[in-house]
Design a protein around this ligand. Structure first.
Ligand SMILES: Nc1ncnc2c1ncn2[C@@H]1O[C@H](COP(=O)(O)OP(=O)(O)OP(=O)(O)O)[C@@H](O)[C@H]1O
Length: 634
């Protein structure tokens, strides 16, 4: 209430009256409202109950009597947000209609309907003395609205069903007011006792961008007031958006001028880089390809012209099966391997997860395999190096625990798949390219030495490194020594402090991503609601359907669509305000009690309706539409 009263007292008193009922003469109404004290609030005005084809009133004046943009004495007046929805046929004079001159006296109480008033789907009994507790307009379709899409305690629960529209599609018995927490939280914005009208005049400048389900779910990092928030704040942050977009682009990018054959279930093969040699001692080419089995993109490493026997093929299958069980967030997951003749040779293909837009550590930091950075390359920052140390230790722990050895811990084989995020790649490859004759323990010791070499290649032994890092380098074996008691488990103890720090950082990132995800969840709700409204409005097959006629129970849906998307200001300039759109759609989705005023494009028909009633209407129309659909398909 306080919010709205403040609006009335400090900015405007609002008056609009559009009258369809013949007994009402607008000129008299103006005079009456001119005498309204400046402190009057709408609820105390006792305006009549508003009905379709009945009377709509509001008032406009300045608190101190100073004339503002709209004033009863203004020569012209156009309801700023009411009328106006696109199709102005003739440029209407934005002023009081000439009909206003013959308006009947305004009688706020004890209204009697005009005998000649056309009957509508709303009965004339609706014209009763104003009751501040009564709903202003009752749709014949509007049922008590069940909270399909909103649960005060668990907002996600609405989306657990398989039907993407289920939250809009069904109707269950009424439950407590769905928007109760919102109303409570925003009591100042939605005073229940004002019988609506708060949003009758949409004015972007005083519209508080709400709140419905856009409440920040993490501590504010920047101190921004509600009115300082921009449309951008409601969507995914730019850095994250760009990163995800780059990954999508990398996944979808193909080079049609370099056609590749389909191999097995894989098509759209796209080479990621020229043929490489290092690391395995065999040339290999890396592709990404889409699997027809599940539509996902995979990474295919091809070893061309490899003569393999039946025994080799079996060995590849067994090795891949073993490695496919190593599921660790710092190891590229291996799926399977097979041979193919599609490249006109005998190639071996190893299939692993594809991590779009990733590079190797060597590429990212311009390092070479000779344990020194290229000229001008500074090596890897120590802060980042610690992250790498913890992640590699995590990967080695998982691999060694499975009775395997990585064998390819090398700067040209460790992938940087995200910021500060690495994965060991190609681990299984040497197992079949160079079947080990050594013991597993030797191979695992060799992994620790490779680990050290990796760090040295990254510049860990350079100047200005901390003693902590130096001691880690000292701990990791440089040469093979029997019984040195150096295992990955012991190494993990050495770096326990850094592990805890990394764990904390990872939880922080997790929190941030969760909060972004929840925001996107809300945005997806809005998209679904918009989709639904567009499914329902202006369907050509409903042109002759009485339910969709201007008097029918669905008539308000196009009007609401106009109110949301086709609003114009007092000068009839389009109001392009994302905040308005999101605010309206969220209120509709929740179905709050707040009322808005909708107008037909010819401005002859005005109705005040609550979001709750509109939502019920949408529900009903949607259910009808689905039933038409199922009828036609049977
Ligand atoms: N699983 C994967 N997902 C996404 N990209 C990958 C994957 N594996 C490799 N790549 C990319 O393919 C390119 C070639 O990888 P590769 O392992 O052959 O590295 P390289 O530096 O060429 O080493 P080499 O000379 O030994 O072949 C690299 O840019 C790497 O980022």
């Amino acid at each position: 209430m306080s919010q709205y009263t403040a609006t009335v007292a400090t900015r405007t008193k609002v008056v609009i009256f559009l009258c369809k009922t013949t007994d009402w003469r607008k000129g008299r109404l103006i005079r009456l409202l001119k005498d309204v004290p400046s402190t009057t609030t709408l609820s105390s005005l006792n305006y009549p109950i508003l009905r379709p084809r009945g009377v709509l009133c509001g008032f406009l004046a300045d608190k101190n009597g100073v004339k503002k943009r709209f004033n009863v004495d203004s020569p012209t007046f156009t309801p700023s947000s009411l009328a106006v929805n696109g199709n102005h046929t003739a440029a209407k004079n934005p002023g009081l209609s000439p009909k206003a001159a013959i308006a009947a006296p305004f009688r706020p109480r004890n209204l009697t309907p005009a005998p000649s008033a056309p009957s509508s789907s709303v009965s004339s009994s609706s014209l009763k003395p104003y009751n501040p507790n009564a709903p202003d307009w009752i749709s014949p379709e509007a049922q008590e609205f069940p909270p399909q899409t909103y649960n005060a305690n668990d907002q996600n629960s609405d989306y657990s069903h398989s039907n993407p529209y289920e939250s809009y599609a069904t109707s269950t018995p009424a439950a407590p007011t769905p928007n109760a927490p919102d109303l409570q939280q925003n009591a100042s914005i939605y005073p229940p006792e004002t019988n609506g009208f708060q949003q009758s005049f949409f004015n972007p400048s005083n519209q508080i961008l709400s709140h419905h389900l856009y409440a920040p779910s993490e501590p504010q990092q920047k101190e921004l007031k509600a009115n300082q928030r921009t449309g951008k704040d409601m969507f995914i942050p730019e850095d994250l958006r760009r990163k995800l977009r780059d990954k999508t682009e990398a996944t979808l990018r193909v080079f049609p001028h370099l056609p590749q054959p389909n191999v097995g279930p894989f098509y759209s093969l796209t080479q990621l880089q020229g043929q490489g040699q290092s690391g395995f001692g065999f040339p290999s080419i890396v592709y990404k390809a889409v699997s027809e089995n599940d539509g996902r993109t995979y990474c295919l490493r091809r070893f061309p012209d490899l003569k393999v026997t039946k025994a080799n093929v079996d060995a590849i299958g067994a090795i891949c099966a073993r490695w496919s069980t190593v599921k660790n967030s710092n190891v590229v997951l291996l799926h399977n391997g097979f041979t193919t003749l599609e490249f006109n040779d005998s190639s071996v293909i190893i299939v692993s997860d594809y991590h779009p837009a990733s590079t190797t550590v060597a590429e990212k930091y311009s390092l070479n395999a000779m344990s020194r950075p290229y000229r001008h390359a500074a090596g890897v920052e120590e802060k980042v190096l610690w992250k790498y140390i913890v992640q590699i230790a995590n990967a080695l722990k998982a691999i060694h625990q499975m009775g395997l050895a990585a064998r390819t811990l090398h700067i040209t084989k460790v992938l940087v798949t995200d910021e500060n995020r690495i994965r060991l790649n190609g681990c299984a490859l040497l197992d079949f390219l160079d079947p080990a004759t050594r013991h597993l323990e030797d191979l695992q010791q060799s992994d620790l030495r490779e680990f050290r070499k990796f760090l040295v290649d990254c510049g860990a032994n350079g100047a200005n490194r901390t003693n902590q890092l130096k001691s880690i380098l000292e701990w990791l074996p440089e040469q093979a020594r029997p019984n040195n008691n150096k295992t990955i488990d012991n190494f993990l103890k050495e770096i326990s402090v850094q592990i805890v720090a990394e764990f904390d950082a990872s939880l922080g990132l997790d929190d941030r991503l969760q909060s972004e995800l929840s925001r996107e969840l809300e945005n997806s709700r809005v998209v679904r609601l918009m989709t639904k409204i567009n499914f329902l409005t202006e369907r050509p097959e409903h042109a002759d359907d009485p339910a969709f006629s201007s008097q029918g129970p669905r008539a308000l849906l196009p009007l609401f669509r106009d109110y949301v998307f086709h609003a114009v200001d007092a000068q009839r300039n389009p109001v392009v305000d994302m905040g308005h759109v999101l605010s309206c759609l969220n209120k509709l989705d929740v179905g709050i009690e707040e009322k808005i005023m909708l107008t037909t494009r010819d401005e002859d028909f005005v109705v005040v309706v609550s979001y709750k009633e509109l939502k019920a209407m949408v529900e009903r129309a949607w259910a009808d539409l689905l039933s038409y659909q199922s009828r036609s398909s049977t």
